[in-house]
Design a binder for this molecule. Structure first.
Ligand code: NDP
Ligand code: X2W
Length: 344
């Protein structure tokens, strides 16, 4: 299969390129940029020398269609919606790592403050949380990859949302992320002296992932869900750790909840449920497509605590995007993705 990457000079784009080097069935034929034409990608990323030697091309519709079976968009929000409708009409499979196709028209306008994609394409897009929506992903030709925080949060919540064991409107998601989540561009909030030796909350109450988490949590639960969601920037490169607190409505022990999660994810090779008393850290999934989950039902407070970790650039973006393409193609979902996390 021949694929292209748009946004190849960014963190998610270059992670798609890195992971595709290990993929036995995909050939990366074109890499696109909005600002650099004819520049070898190794000039932007010298670590790709002798590994990936192709040149960047300016984004053009015909170039995206000719000789290409599928396109990954790893662009800022507001870009892919301009290109994807024509590609879908031309029969090219699209996988969007940005947020352009994750919400409905009104929510996108409200939270992204931009004009949404045409509604028929929003309706056509399949949400690629593979572990939950695999059957729909198989049929997709326009795939919207989940955001990084929604991936960690929804995988942490999905099994318990399907039960009547919790008070569904008591969910608090307290999330921390590494700085690569903000992309490669320099900004005041993410430069070294602002970030190093510091820990800060950001986008409280206005984070674009709030409507995404609520939309799909509601869908999974089968009833409307609202969450309290906080995001924090941590001075590390990769990783998301979400600590989720939920009120238990029924008296449940940790071991019963762990069994529920193991059963729910029994056909999901990238979700690893920790044994009782063990809680994952971000380094344990670093540079891999795993999501690791630890659970504690605290009998003292009646709360369930869920710790869910991912690598934001892999399971939160490029790895999950390739996992979805594998499912869309009818291949094993792990194809090219079974890397051991890098440790330490
Ligand atoms: N980083 C992460 O952990 C995650 C990111 N995402 C999403 O993935 C997308 C990419 O994020 P990330 O890789 O971090 O971002 P980066 O800022 O690192 O990269 C974005 C890329 O988009 C390209 N670009 C910029 N402006 C335009 C434009 N007007 N038209 C076309 N291309 C443009 C840039 O390349 P050039 O100037 O060469 O065109 C750049 O390489 C975003 O939508 C982000 O929200 C989702 C999950 C996780
Ligand atoms: C540190 C940081 O700024 N992280 C970003 C992650 C967002 C992201 O990855 O993009 P999508 O909106 O496409 O999901 C944020 O919190 O907005």
């Amino acid at each position: 299969m021949r694929v292209a990457v748009v946004g190849a000079t960014g963190y998610s784009g270059v992670e798609v390129i890195r992971l595709l080097q290990y993929h036995p069935r995909i050939e990366l034929v074109k890499v696109f940029s909005s600002s650099q034409d004819g520049v070898p990608l190794r000039r932007v990323f010298p670590h790709l020398t002798n590994i990936f030697e192709k040149e960047l091309t300016l984004i053009q519709e015909q170039e995206l269609i000719e000789g290409v079976d599928a396109v990954f968009f790893a662009t800022p929000s507001g870009i892919s919606k301009e290109w994807i409708p024509a590609l879908i009409d031309a029969g090219v499979t699209c996988i969007d790592i940005s947020g352009d196709f994750r919400l409905d028209v009104d929510s996108y306008k409200e939270w992204y403050k931009k004009e949404p994609a045409p509604s028929q394409y929003l309706e056509q897009a399949v949400y690629g949380l593979t572990e939950v929506y695999e059957a729909k992903v198989k049929e997709a030709n326009l795939l919207t990859n989940p955001g990084c925080f929604p991936t960690a949060s929804l995988l942490g919540l999905a099994p318990i949302l399907k039960t009547d064991w919790i008070n569904q409107n008591s969910i608090i998601i307290d999330a921390k992320t590494g700085v690569s989540g903000a992309g490669r561009g320099a900004s005041l909030g993410t430069h070294y002296s602002e970030l190093n030796d510091n820990l800060k909350a950001y986008k409280l109450g206005v984070h674009q992932h709030i409507p995404e988490i609520e939309r799909y949590a509601s869908e999974i639960a089968g009833s409307p869900i609202q969450v309290t969601f906080t995001t924090h920037l941590v001075p590390m490169t990769r990783g998301i750790l979400s600590t989720i607190y939920v009120d238990l409505a029924a008296s449940k022990q940790t071991d019963e909840i762990i069994e529920l999660y193991k059963d729910y994810y029994k056909h999901s090779p990238f979700v690893r449920i920790r044994p009782e008393g063990e809680f994952p850290s971000t380094k344990e999934v670093y540079a891999s497509n795993y999501c690791d989950i630890g659970l504690l039902a605290d009998p003292r407070t009646g709360k369930l605590m869920i710790i869910s970790v991912i690598d934001n650039v892999v399971k939160g973006a490029a790895g999950q995007a390739i996992q979805n393409l594998n499912v869309m193609q009818g291949w094993d979902q792990t194809t090219g993705l079974l890397h051991t996390p890098i440790y330490p």
